[in-house]
Design a protein around this ligand. Structure first.
Ligand SMILES: [Zn+2]
Length: 413
C-alpha cells in the first residue's frame, strides 16, 4: 500500500489515513471469498514464526512452575500468544525466544537465565503435552502438526549464555536451541550490536569466529538480527551455511535504522541462501510513523517537565490523557508488512523471506491487522490480493526456513 507514492506525500497520506480509519479501527477484508481462502491456507500450511517472546513475557509475569499458573498459554487474555489464538491463526511453530538482556553480559548469570527459560518452555510442554511439544528440527514440527499440537522450537536471543565455554553450545543444542542471535542491544564478547555505537570489534571478535565454527559444527543456525552491519558482512564472509534474520524487516522503509536489513545485505543474503523473517513491530515497518510517535512522546515529556508535573500525579495523568487524545499513537498495518515482503521478493526472490513477528516482544506497537497470533490469515489475505500464488505463500510460511534449518542440520558434524 502507498509504495508508489513519493515519500513525503506518502507520509502525509499515511498519517491522515491512519488517523481517520485505523487508529480506532480494525482490519476488515473486503473480499470474503478471498479471506476464506486465506484462512484455509493458514490452516493447511505450516506457519513458522521466527521470534515470539513468550518465555520472557511469562518470566516478567512471575511464571510459577505449577499447572494452575494462570499465564500458562492455553487460553488467556494476556499477551499476543496462546494455544487457542495460535490455532485460530494457523500458527504451528513459533520459535520461543530465550532472551537474555544485555545486562547479563556484564553482571553475569546469562547461562543460568537461559537454562531457566528453557526449563520454562520444557515445563509448558510436559504439563500440557496435548497442546505443546518441543521441536528440535523441521520433522518435529511436521509431526506436531499431524498430532494437532503447537511445536515450540527455541532460539537464543543473545549468545552471552555460552560465556567462556564453547562446550555450552552443545549443551544448548541438546536442550533444543536451534538458532543463536549473536548479540542483543549492546556489543557483547561475540560481536557488535546494531543498537550500540561503540563498535568494540568493528564486527565479529576473534572469540566470535570460534563460536561461529562451533555453532556450524553443532548444527545451530546463525541469526543476524540485532548485529551491526560490519558484523553481518563478516558473517557472510566467514560462514558457509545459510543464515537467518529471525526478526528483522527491511531498511528501505526505515532509513538509518541499522536493526533492519539493508539492500546491500539482502543481496549478500541471497548469495548465502538465507532467509529474512519480517518483524511486525511498527518501528520496524515504517520509519515515518516511528518518527512521528517518538516526536510526540518527546513533546509530551517536555510538556510534563515544563509544567513540573509527575506523570503519576492526578494533574499529570490529565495532561497525558489530553495529549494522547489529541495525538494518539499511530500504528503501521498489515499492508505495510506485505510491502516489506514485496521488497525482499523483488530484490532477491521469494526463497528468502519468512515471518518473524516479535509477538510478545514489541509491546503495543503491533500493526493494525496483526495484533496477535490469531491474525496471520489477514496477512495471507493481503498476499493473495497482491497475486501471490499458493506455492509462494507456502514458501513464506515455512518452506524457506525449513530449507535453511535442514541445510544447517545436514552440515553439522
Ligand atoms: Zn529482538
Amino acid at each position: 500500500m502507498f509504495s508508489g507514492i513519493k515519500p513525503k506525500k506518502r507520509a502525509a497520506v499515511l498519517v491522515l489515513l491512519l488517523q481517520v480509519f485505523f487508529v480506532f479501527g480494525q482490519f476488515v477484508p473486503k473480499d470474503p471469498v478471498l479471506f476464506a481462502k486465506a484462512r484455509e491456507l493458514a490452516q493447511k500450511f505450516i506457519i513458522v514464526d521466527g521470534h515470539v517472546d513468550l518465555p520472557y513475557r511469562l518470566r516478567v509475569q512471575n511464571f510459577r512452575f505449577v499447572k494452575e499458573f494462570t499465564g500458562i498459554p492455553i487460553e488467556t487474555h494476556e499477551g499476543d500468544f496462546d494455544f487457542k489464538r495460535a490455532r485460530q491463526g494457523g500458527l504451528d511453530a513459533p520459535f520461543m525466544s530465550i532472551y537474555i538482556p544485555a545486562s547479563y553480559q556484564t553482571n553475569g548469570g546469562a547461562a543460568a537465565l537461559a537454562d531457566s527459560l528453557i526449563e520454562m518452555v520444557e515445563y509448558i510442554t510436559t504439563t500440557h503435552p496435548d497442546y505443546f511439544t518441543i521441536a528440535k528440527n523441521p520433522n518435529d514440527v511436521i509431526l506436531a502438526k499431524k498430532e494437532g499440537k503447537i511445536a515450540l522450537p527455541m532460539g537464543m536471543e543473545n549468545g552471552a549464555p555460552v560465556e567462556d565455554d564453547l562446550r555450552l553450545v552443545r549443551h544448548f543444542k541438546e536442550k533444543g536451541i536451534s538458532y543463536i542471535t549473536l548479540t542483543h542491544s549492546k556489543d557483547n564478547k561475540i560481536c557488535d550490536s546494531s543498537y550500540d555505537t561503540t563498535q568494540t570489534w568493528k564486527g565479529i571478535s576473534p572469540y566470535g569466529f570460534n563460536l561461529l565454527d562451533e555453532m556450524v559444527r553443532q548444527g545451530i543456525m546463525v541469526d543476524i538480527s540485532h548485529i551491526s552491519d560490519n558484523a553481518c558482512h563478516q558473517v557472510f564472509d566467514y560462514v558457509k551455511v545459510p543464515v537467518i534474520a529471525s526478526h528483522s524487516s527491511v531498511r528501505k522503509y526505515t532509513p538509518g535504522f541499522e536493526r533492519n536489513i539493508s539492500d546491500t545485505l539482502l543481496l549478500r543474503l541471497k548469495k548465502n541462501g538465507g532467509v529474512v523473517m519480517i518483524n511486525f513491530g511498527t518501528d520496524f515497518l515504517d520509519g515515518e510513523i516511528s518518527k512521528f510517535n517518538n516526536q510526540k512522546r518527546n513533546e509530551l515529556h517536555q510538556l510534563l517537565l515544563e509544567k513540573k508535573l509527575d506523570k503519576n500525579s492526578e494533574e499529570g495523568k490529565n495532561v497525558i490523557a489530553d495529549f494522547t487524545k489529541k495525538y494518539p499513537t499511530l500504528f503501521s498495518d498489515v499492508y505495510m508488512v506485505a510491502d516489506h515482503i514485496d521488497h525482499v521478493v523483488r530484490l532477491i526472490g521469494i526463497e528468502h523471506v519468512g515471518l518473524g513477528s516479535d509477538y510478545d516482544g514489541v509491546g503495543d506497537s503491533l500493526p493494525v491487522g496483526l495484533k496477535d497470533v490469531a491474525d496471520y490469515p489477514n496477512l495471507l489475505y493481503v498476499l493473495l490480493e497482491r497475486g501471490y500464488a499458493e506455492a509462494d505463500i507456502e514458501a513464506i510460511c515455512y518452506k524457506n526456513l525449513f530449507r535453511v534449518w535442514n541445510q544447517v542440520l545436514e552440515a553439522a558434524e
